[in-house]
Design a protein. Sequence first.
Length: 536
Amino acid sequence: MNQDNLIEVRDLSVEFIVGERRQRVVEGVSFDIKRGETLALVGESGSGKSVTAHSILRLLPYPLAHHPTGSIRYAGQDLLGQKEKTIRHIRGNRIAMIFQEPMTSLNPLHSIEKQINEVLGIHKGLSGKVATRRTLELLELVGIPEPHKRLKALPHELSGGQRQRVMIAMALANEPELLIADEPTTALDVTVQLKILDLLKDLQARLGMSLLLISHDLNLVRRIAHRVCVMQRGCIVEQASCAELFRAPQHPYTRELLGAEPSGGPASNVAGPPLLQVEDLKVWFPIKKGLFKRTVDYVKAVDGIRFSLPQGQTLGIVGESGSGKSTLGLAILRLIGSQGGIRFEGKQLDSLSQQQVRPLRREMQVVFQDPFGSLSPRMCVSQIVGEGLRIHKIGSPAEQEQAIIAALKEVGLDPETRHRYPHEFSGGQRQRIAIARALVLKPALILLDEPTSALDRTVQRQVVELLRSLQTKYNLTYLFISHDLAVVKALSHQLMVVKHGQVVEQGDARGIFAAPQHPYTQQLLEAAFLAPTTAE
């Protein structure tokens, strides 16, 4: 084993037993992770990135998974051949891992202090005040503000970025030699992504550890990686230094990934009359304290927002998590209470009861961030897409079936698959199903709440092009909520930048992207489009 290498993976294959057949998902993968370097595994969902990385710590669902060929050598020993006791000692101690979604990795019932103390107790034998003191050091190391005030906090009381920092603190508790980061910033805002990346780079330099980064976001990889392995269908198709790969990609698939950034401008629709007008909209949540739960203050999630959106246009709403973007969208659709004027198709929605609003709901549809969470797992695609038709009593059963087929064709799905269930589709296909569900009612307005954030870049581009073509064809009006400014730029005619519930900048999207005026907008754009520097 080369002394410069911390990990050597050779000819690794992974098979899963599915019923009576074997499905090979990783085939003949080989790479090294040098001491102190960052190696990135990149590729689309299903390419085998996470399976490869999880094999290092033997986290696959054995015995349903096994390795027909290959070895993973660490410190001179093959991890695949070690006993479970030996692997347990290595996990979290010498090799640690942080996962994509901290809310599913952190225990919702335990405080931050208890969860980090548990790691210190298992691997270091620390307890009591000594463990708490070390926990405070770790929280301070990863940049949690006022860590002593966060010890008793539960995960849901922290922001997404803070939860990810807690996960990093847990992973670093035992000063590992290798940190595996599996999509560590996918669900985070661009500014928070940048902070987490800077944190990882800083910690790596200070602690001298190696980093294995798994990602489908090449912009992220470009900022931090020394070397890159590109995976497609379980195989490494290209392996090079980060600078060389971005300067002169060799494999067609690598070039496809690099060219998958959403591009072009919004649909060239002519702006029609105002479809949606919002005037001084407020959503304030009361803060109640004391025995009698008196209101002592308010969380001003949306505070005095106003705009006018013409028919056939897209308003992009951007801002960090907690800025009030999604709350604004829900208030406009009358899904939560609000104060202020909401005028849609000439009707004053804020003065209508929920019963009076219901007939208008077919004109206002929504596509959510996570299609797997918003599609019922117990309903087939035909039932999901046709649910709105049945609720609004549109057409006979035969006509409804034809409308479902037409909607699936519109979004590029085979109508023959309409009797399958959501889990049988990829993430991009599930989002197309969600768009078909909204489209089948022929609405005037579609609220798109982070519809591409959970998708690979190549799939994002396909969904953006689909949304753009549907807008051109049907003169649709979009409210597009996102923290991904590249996607917003490709779709939006108007742009609204929201911070702490208030609009800080608003106007023509092209003008704002070219010359942002507010420091917060400048910060967002810099984080999203800053030219990266990679370590050579």
